[in-house]
Every structure is written in structure tokens, then in C-alpha cells.
Design a protein around this ligand. Structure first.
Ligand SMILES: [Fe+2]
Length: 194
């Protein structure tokens, strides 16, 4: 019997010469989705701390990579768990991600080099913009909608943390009556880009 009370049988093929139950890795993910641990949503302070930690310890700004010019956003997944994910994104000059939500995930943005402008929509339906410089960041809850743009002449590099990992993003257009959904992109899409 296994520790879970289930009968455990050998996974070795007959005639392999090996006997007894196959070893169970102590940190193996549950095979059944029903047994998966409840998803944890990290709080906003923790998300920003993670962004700062990754950004200050394991991210090289684009300008130091020797890759030359950048024509479009470049992104790389640094970490993915059941509970959060971490991305590094390089933004070309004028690189923009239009107004979007995060599919119900909370998040944080930490600027490693250059600066980014974050645009949000006020209760009065005006588009507000603020600058986030190198070494600064912001965090947000699950209903946050913003756009992000690199206003500078050089490539900007930032770290983005989401909890739980995003499954979709809906993009919006700002009209006189408020935000109007434009389209939704899903993680399974081949063009997925956070
Ligand atoms: Fe975002």
C-alpha cells in the first residue's frame, strides 16, 4: 500500500528484471487535477518584491546583451509555478501594449533599465499616464486595466510577475462611454505575449 492508501504496483515492464514499487519523487506533481493544491494568489507587495528580486539579480538589460537594435517587444519566461510566473520584457522605443487586463490575475511591473509609461483610465474616463523609471515598480490587483509604452529613445527592460499565472488577456479601446473590449488572447495561442 502506498502512503495514500492506494495499491501501488510496479511500473517496470514484465521481464525487466526489476521488482517492487517504482520510487515516488517526494515533490512530484499530483497526477489528478482533483488532487492539485489550491492556487495561491500572492499579494501585491510580494509580487513587487519578486519583480525587484528577479530584476536586480538575474536580468541583463538589452543594451548589455549585444543584440543590436530591437524592432518589436522581446519577452522570455523566467519562472512558472502553480502560483506565479515571472517574465522579462524588452521594449523598443515607442513599443506599446494597448489597454488590457490580466485575465483576473494580480501582477507587478519592475523596470530594470530605461523607463516605461503606464496608462490607466480614471473614474472620470480620462487616460492618465505616469512614468516608472529604472529601479521603480508598481503592483496591481485582479481588475487592473492599463497600457504600457516605452517613451524613450533606447530599449527599456522590465520584469513582470503575475499570480496566479495568466490564462488570458482582454484588450480594450477607450471610447467616450468607457472601455470597450476589443479582443481576447489566450495562453494557449501560439502568439501569446504577456
Ligand atoms: Fe499588463
Amino acid at each position: 500500500m502506498s502512503l495514500t492508501g492506494e495499491r501501488q504496483t510496479s511500473q517496470h515492464p514484465a521481464g525487466s528484471g526489476l521488482h517492487g514499487p517504482a520510487p515516488v519523487h517526494p515533490y512530484a506533481r499530483p497526477a489528478s487535477p482533483k488532487a492539485a493544491p489550491a492556487t495561491i494568489r500572492l499579494d501585491e507587495d510580494s509580487l513587487l518584491s519578486l519583480g525587484r528580486l528577479f530584476g536586480s539579480s538575474c536580468v541583463t538589460p538589452w543594451s548589455e546583451r549585444g543584440h543590436g537594435a530591437l524592432d518589436a517587444r522581446d519577452y522570455e519566461l523566467l519562472e512558472l509555478s502553480d502560483h506565479f510566473e515571472v517574465w522579462v520584457i524588452h521594449w523598443p522605443s515607442d513599443g506599446l501594449l494597448q489597454l488590457h487586463d490580466h485575465g483576473g490575475s494580480s501582477g507587478a511591473l519592475y523596470v530594470v533599465s530605461g523607463s516605461l509609461d503606464e496608462g490607466t483610465v480614471s473614474a472620470a474616463n480620462t487616460h492618465e499616464r505616469r512614468s516608472i523609471g529604472a529601479g521603480q515598480g508598481t503592483s496591481f490587483g485582479p481588475r487592473h486595466v492599463h497600457d504600457v509604452v516605452n517613451p524613450g529613445p533606447d530599449v527599456a527592460t522590465s520584469v513582470h510577475v503575475y499570480s496566479p499565472p495568466m490564462e488570458k488577456m482582454t484588450f480594450f479601446t477607450l471610447r467616450a462611454g468607457g472601455l470597450v473590449p476589443d479582443h481576447t488572447e489566450y495562453r494557449a495561442d501560439p502568439t501569446w505575449a504577456p
